[in-house]
Design a protein around this ligand. Sequence first.
Ligand SMILES: C[C@@]1(CC(=O)O)c2cc3[nH]c(cc4nc(cc5[nH]c(cc(n2)[C@H]1CCC(=O)O)[C@@](C)(CC(=O)O)[C@@H]5CCC(=O)O)C(CC(=O)O)=C4CCC(=O)O)c(CCC(=O)O)c3CC(=O)O
Ligand SMILES: NC(=O)C1=CN([C@@H]2O[C@H](COP(=O)(O)OP(=O)(O)OC[C@H]3O[C@@H](n4cnc5c(N)ncnc54)[C@H](O)[C@@H]3O)[C@@H](O)[C@H]2O)C=CC1
Length: 303
Amino acid sequence: MQYFPLFVDTHSLKVLVVGAGDVASRKLDLLSRTEASIHVIAVDICPDTLNYVKQSRITLEQRAVSDTDIQGYDLVYLCTADKRLNERLAGIAKEQGVWANVVDNPKYCRFITPSIVDRGRLQIAISTAGAAPVYARELRARLESWLPQSITPLFDFIAERRQEVQQRLPVFKHRRVFWEQFFSRNDSRFDENTQSHYDASFLMQKQNGELLLIDSSTAVDLLPIGAMPYLQKIEVTYSRLAIPFELNELLRRDASFSDCFDEATIAQQLAEGESCLVYGELDDITYLAKRFPKAKYLQAGSF
Ligand SMILES: C[C@@]1(CC(=O)O)c2cc3[nH]c(cc4nc(cc5[nH]c(cc(n2)[C@H]1CCC(=O)O)[C@@](C)(CC(=O)O)[C@@H]5CCC(=O)O)C(CC(=O)O)=C4CCC(=O)O)c(CCC(=O)O)c3CC(=O)O
Ligand SMILES: NC(=O)C1=CN([C@@H]2O[C@H](COP(=O)(O)OP(=O)(O)OC[C@H]3O[C@@H](n4cnc5c(N)ncnc54)[C@H](O)[C@@H]3O)[C@@H](O)[C@H]2O)C=CC1
């Protein structure tokens, strides 16, 4: 990977564009959407560039460029059609530690311009490492038609709620499940259902952590049939007693087992969305049923 993609914060970024022909104007189309301050130096100015001047989005000096113009910028786009001039200015930029993009020669580019799908917060940058910009453009066209425009407000909606999700779901794993839920319901649309998909994803979350209780006086073969799917979801079994063979057969093979636990361990596991089973003496299980009122206490015939 010769070219590594990264996303630069354009806040207080200083950019110089040398040249104001068609190619410079294409770079300006993208740059003008950022927060960067942009200065252009060129002899001939194409109408698109003049529009940006009229909108006060860029500053412009209509003159020939000089070697001393390069200093003080973070990025420089060299967009003249004069190969030797571009090359010379690229050399100066390099000496001064300014990152240069040379539109007619990738060898002198410190960075290259990708083809960009712009959906606000969602940015997709495509590069062929200079091999085939036309392919990058065509791939962009495909993505443009595939991704709805409403992705832009969708990601604003999400960004506004990110903190709320962090507060309501302090456990990392829960947030991941929440967002998986949200995107599987909502997909990439933003419409009148988005808010309810968001709300519903919290409810799904709450169903995740579950506690089943079975006391040792219960005959496993008398457990109601409706209990079986719950037993199959168990991820951790806690017991200080040996688990009866019949009960063990009803549990998932990949469920883990521990004989070392306390109330806090169980509470923590539930908070992390795990499904747990505690098998124990009648007194202990009765106590846990009171302590965890949402637990399902499986007993013969009742469910
Ligand atoms: C290295 C790079 C440097 C840079 O510009 O940063 C570069 C270099 C060169 N481009 C050339 C030609 C063309 N470039 C385009 C189009 C785009 N070029 C862009 C980027 C890049 N071009 C960088 C690599 C990106 C990558 O990794 O793929 C895009 C993606 C972004 C943008 O410019 O905004 C934009 C599509 C935007 C979009 O629509 O999405 C077209 C098609 C058209 O104009 O429609 C043609 C004509 C067809 C052809 O020749 O291929 C030439 C030969 C010039 C000559 O022969 O005189 C050179 C110099 C060379 O290769 O030596
Ligand atoms: N990287 C890319 O995506 C592409 C690059 N190119 C290359 O880009 C280059 C520019 O193409 P166009 O914009 O069509 O050229 P153009 O001729 O329309 O524009 C060149 C600009 O540079 C300015 N300029 C020239 N000498 C100058 C000087 N000494 N001081 C200040 N300004 C000066 C001109 O006034 C003009 O504004 C060409 O060499 C072309 O091969 C072409 C297509 C795509």
